[in-house]
Design a protein around this ligand. Structure first.
Ligand code: PAP
Length: 334
């Protein structure tokens, strides 16, 4: 598939921002096609489209976080938009306490408030000026932890906080399927669905394999509890207040007793809820800075939507793969 022929294709899936050096590197890498035929390349165990790989290499080379920065990490469709909203609302809650109607989440898409390192900031073959970002700076990434560490561990500052969110493979996959349909503005066939399923099972997807991604952060969170927090989308759905308080505590801005009593946690949950965000004008229309329609990031947000899409055999296959790949790690998905 020729990426330059597809009008709605986001920049990160294209191959027009790649340096000569990276082209040379790419020609030496294992290659595969995604389920639609776009080229993916495996660099150090992870699959990328060419522009994404270029940006990842640039992040590794130039991005040096400060200890006060916060990085939100996820696999695409793992809960990125929700985590961005919650983290932004938690760390900035004092700023907007007096004037909640001025809260930036009411007028900007969460992706525009928390920029992606490799999908937005480092995509233009130049080093972005990050000095004017309001503090604390929250970045996001889909890179897996080993890849991200190539940048973060070279920083002269002490480590920054990294929060990871993930979701069970079946719902992540189904959410990704809908996303691709919305992105390409089409209803793809059952054959395409099965091709995407096969590719997912083989781990061939942007930033995949799924199990390598979740494992990298799981291991990182066990090794460095102070700086890496591992969260699950399903846990936030099940016990939202507990998880938001956990997030705040990790980010060194725990809710005070007074805040808890005055309903501050619930207010944040309401502000960041799918129903609230998806009904805001800013998220219904227009595009985000990365050129993707704002509404594409909001759909059902249900745990178990996979039951409406996967056959029992497909579900069993996913369960078996994940069980096998994560065996012994202590990480379990229900
Ligand atoms: P991204 O990685 O491309 O940014 P991401 O936000 O991780 O996508 O995933 C989108 C999913 O999160 C969608 O799930 P669904 O397809 O199963 O419906 C979307 O509905 C859900 N989502 C987005 N915002 C929220 C939110 N505020 N609360 C709960 N779920 C949300």
């Amino acid at each position: 598939m020729d990426a330059s022929q597809e009008p709605h294709l986001p920049n990160y899936m294209k191959d027009d921002k790649v340096s000569q050096e990276t082209k040379k590197l790419i020609s030496s890498l294992p290659a595969a096609k995604d389920f639609m035929g776009y080229g993916l390349y495996n660099y150090k165990g992870c699959w990328y489209y060419p522009n994404t790989l270029q940006a990842v290499l640039d992040v590794q080379k130039h991005f040096r976080p400060r200890s006060t920065d916060i990085i939100l990490a996820s696999l695409p469709k793992g809960g990125t938009t929700w985590l961005k909203s919650l983290a932004f609302a938690v760390v900035n809650r004092e700023k907007y306490r007096e004037n909640p109607q001025l809260h930036p989440l009411l007028s900007q898409n969460p992706h525009d408030l928390v920029p992606f390192l490799e999908i937005e900031l480092y995509t233009k073959n130049q080093i972005p000026d990050l000095s004017n970002f309001p503090s604390p700076v929250i970045f996001s990434t889909h890179m897996h932890l080993n890849t991200l560490h190539e940048a973060t561990t070279k920083s002269s500052s002490s480590p920054c906080k990294i929060v990871y969110v993930c979701r069970g493979i079946k719902d992540t996959f189904v959410s990704g399927w809908h996303y691709r349909n919305m992105l390409h503005r089409t209803n793809m066939s059952q054959d395409a669905f099965e091709l995407m399923f096969d590719a997912y099972c083989k781990g061939i997807l942007l930033y995949g394999p799924y199990w390598e991604h979740v494992s990298s952060y799981w291991k990182g969170s066990l090794e460095d509890k102070e700086n890496v927090l591992f969260m699950k989308y399903e846990d936030i759905i099940m016990e939202p207040s507990v998880q938001v308080k956990r997030l705040a505590e990790f980010l060194n801005c725990s809710f005070t007793k007074e805040e808890e009593e005055s309903g501050s946690v619930e207010e944040i949950l309401k502000l960041c809820s799918l129903s609230n965000l998806s009904n805001l004008e800013v998220n219904k229309k227009g595009t985000t800075r990365i050129g993707i329609d704002s509404n594409v990031f909001f759909r059902k947000g249900e745990v178990g939507d996979w039951k409406n899409h996967l056959t029992p055999q497909m579900a069993k296959t996913f369960d078996e793969i994940v069980e096998y790949r994560l065996r012994g790690s202590g990480l379990i998905f229900q």
